[in-house]
Design a protein. Sequence first.
Lengths: 391, 229
Amino acid sequence: MNLKSLSWRLLCAVLAAGAVLGVDLAQRPLAPVAAVAAWPAVPVSLRVDHLVPMGRGAIPMPPDAPAAHASTLLAMPAGHPAALTVFWFSGERESGPKVQIAASQWDRATQQWAPARFVVNRHVLGAALGFGVRRLGNPVAWMDGSGHIHLFVVATGWGGWAASRILHLRQSSDGNGLQELAFAPVRVLPLSWLWNTSHLVRNAPLPLADGGMVLPVHFELGIKYPLALRFDSRGAFLGMARISRRTYALQPTLLAKTPTEWLALMRDERHGGKVIAARTPDGGRSWNDLPDLALVNPDSAVGGMALAPGQMLLAHNSSPASRAWLDLSGSADGVAWTPLQALEHGATDDDEFSYPAMAWADGSVWLSYTVDRHRLAWQRFTAAAPVGVKP
Amino acid sequence: MNMDRMAWLAQWVSVESPVLPSPGAMQWWLYLGWSVVLAWGFAAQGQAWPQRVRRVGAALVALWCWVPGPYSPAYWLGMAFQAPSISSVVLCAWLLRESLLVSRVAPPLPVPTDRSALALSMLGVILGWALLLDTLALLPVSLYAWGFSPIAPALVLLVALVPWVLGYRHRSLGPKAWVAPIVVLLFVALRLPTGNVWAAMLDPWLWVLLHGYVVRAAFRRAIRLKSAL
């Protein structure tokens, strides 16, 4: 072999590249099958326009934490003492150095929220990661196939929210009762070349039939665009896809119309905006922008959920220039929405009811949301019995 | 083309089964990477100092990075910039070695006379711009996500070996030309720092430095051409 010949060197280079490809492929599992959405186990007769209020109240706050925001609800397994776990960020003020991730659980026996406690602290995270975390925010919870809770939180480096990264945490405690609940970091999600900065998470993931999920996130350095991240049933990151070509759409919430046709509804940062929509026909592999919905959006987060095919719910701020009104609307196709419930109608534009989260547990739709950035409230809706049938 | 071959090709370009490094390996790389980069930075700044002082100082700076918690510079650099790329660490290790072994005063950055290294540097500059545009959603395709595919490291290696292939008439290549192939091999073995091949090849700080390297080479070439006229 004469390595001073062009052809021999070319052959060696191609063989080396082939060997690298072979070694790389040997390290990987086969690419996952197409993503197929799953819906919660709701009664076949359930219709979103038959939901009636069943309860409401305040979620207990941790002591000495006057600020609270961005809650997320997680339905717990059937045999668990708690029906729901709620996570949010709380501290002296939004983006303050003392902000931690707090949690509470709805006890099935007492039908009450347990006293809140902090479950994630940025100093503890920094020690575990080996690098500092400046601020914490926006937790989103998910339960994997083995019953472990995963938290995705916004963790900032140097800078404000635009310098955020999404930190993936996994339950490190044996059980997931509130008093023993603890988390350890898995990794900062690898989402961009630019030091992984400016990706944020806000809304709940879309569960998949294979036990995995699709997590909606967004980028917000200068421009804002939404992404969908796929995870397997163990919580391993499987990839990312851009949801929209628009540069002012953020905080997507995912709704499944069919197993593979999903909608992403998004917050519009423009003045006088409407709820932004995009659609995927192939389980998240490709996305197309849709015309804006008729629903106004005063640059505020929306929270949606598909209970079954054709049974979709969306909690959204319905006043054009403030977050004083929070409504619950229903839809069969995700495009045309009908108001179902007035969740909160503040007396003045200074009132704020925002960042709604939704979950299905114990035969009910549960909602949580921020009140004036100081506390959280919850509401519960259940299906009214059809006429002539005893509930 | 039959379905089996199509399936193989789809597997090669798939971005849906990334291999990511373990959390332990990422933390280890954070300390190692910044210790090498900062040790080179110290040695490069202290060119006028006695060699013994440079060696001891660089070793102390490297050890400082391994102090756990907020007393380590890696803790704060990691908060701002995560971990350096494999390219940065390999380049800094090589420059650190050069700086500590030679007794003469050496420039902190190599003189840009090696054409193959210059060509790869220009490719790095272009790649960085493409990745930045991709981050800002200004490209029609997601270039960063493509860095998770199995075919990406193989193609990067092919490109990295082009100087060696085209240099068949010369006796040997300079060591700088081997940095990129070594980085690809290390990436395939370790998946550091993030599991994405672009993050292994280029980080934003290296990209900024490559601009300086390329501009300096262009400036020198312009001066040479002017003096030849």
